[in-house]
Design a protein around this ligand. Structure first.
Ligand SMILES: Nc1ncnc2c1ncn2[C@@H]1O[C@H](COP(=O)(O)OP(=O)(O)OP(=O)(O)O)[C@@H](O)[C@H]1O
Length: 265
């Protein structure tokens, strides 16, 4: 469970976040959406303790975020950051095994190797296990990083998964597989908090959406509550058509063509 109450973050007299509140329950995938610069990554960095809030509270599994040691946090909470520069020539298998670091002291156990293998298979990258990570394509690297993150919380029953723009660099199939995997973990009792730019992915996979605008929550609720033409115009400055997904019970967003052409002038 993640609970954020009246969260603010101020830097150099500018409020990057102002009075943000929401709650993500076990079993839920919560998407954070908003225009560039709205404060999504800042919010995620506060929730993962990379930054400290100026005001407000964050609770994980009902306890204040600061009540946990780094080790305690890493046993139930995993983070896929937006950028994850790897400079050393690690093997793919070594990198995924790093996700197991919180679970062993000096040497990985058989179970850690097994979980790293299962995680790599889960993201369809097992065949790349003995490749050097830095030689992989952008999308392949992203899938391996996901395997590392999944390996970290593989055998946790109610963990928290934070994903910052996880679909970046992924082709259409793997974008959906990424979110299917996040959803699979929510079905195990996890809560997943995912920053997404693609409103259609948010509509299809999220149980709840928090829509940020200039550091504040403009709207929050189910995809039907939040993915409306009016809110999208207000938050993204774009007129859209809303269609019904032919199979899934959710709206689909299609930008109005004249608007896009007009916005470039
Ligand atoms: N250290 C900093 N100092 C000053 N401004 C900052 C700092 N970090 C972030 N900002 C500003 O805060 C705002 C929110 O940034 P943030 O990265 O959270 O946005 P975002 O919603 O994740 O954007 P994007 O969709 O482009 O990734 C932006 O205007 C950014 O320029």
């Amino acid at each position: 469970m993640l609970e954020v109450k009246n969260l603010s973050y101020r830097i150099r007299n500018r409020n990057l976040l102002d009075g943000v509140s929401f709650r993500a329950n076990p079993g839920e995938l919560l998407a954070i959406v908003g225009a560039n610069g709205a404060g999504k990554s800042t919010l995620l960095k506060l929730c993962t303790r990379e930054l400290s809030a100026t005001d407000g509270q964050i609770r994980l599994q009902h306890n204040p975020i600061d009540s946990y040691s780094e080790k305690e946090l890493s046993l139930f909470r995993a983070v896929l950051p937006q950028q994850n520069a790897v400079v050393f020539p690690f093997l793919v298998s070594e990198l995924v095994l790093m996700g197991r670091y919180p679970h062993f002291d000096f040497h990985p156990a058989e179970r850690d190797y097994t979980i790293a293998e299962l995680a790599l298979k889960k993201v369809g990258m097992w065949d790349f296990a003995s490749r050097i990570f830095t030689t992989l394509s952008g999308g392949e690297q992203q899938r391996v990083q996901l395997a590392r993150v999944l390996a970290q919380i593989w055998d946790v029953s109610q963990g928290i998964l934070f994903l910052d723009e996880p679909t970046t660099g992924l082709d259409l199939l793997h974008q959906h597989q990424m979110l299917e995997l996040a959803r699979e973990f929510t079905q195990k009792g996890f809560c997943a908090v995912v920053i997404l730019h693609d409103l259609n992915l948010a509509a299809q996979y999220a149980d709840q959406i928090v829509m940020l605008r200039a550091g504040q929550v403009e709207a929050a609720g189910t995809p039907r509550d939040v993915i409306t033409a009016e809110l999208i115009q207000r938050v993204f400055n774009l007129k859209v058509w809303l269609l019904e997904h032919p199979e899934m019970n959710c709206p689909m967003v299609v930008p109005r063509y004249n608007q896009i052409a007009g916005s470039q002038q």
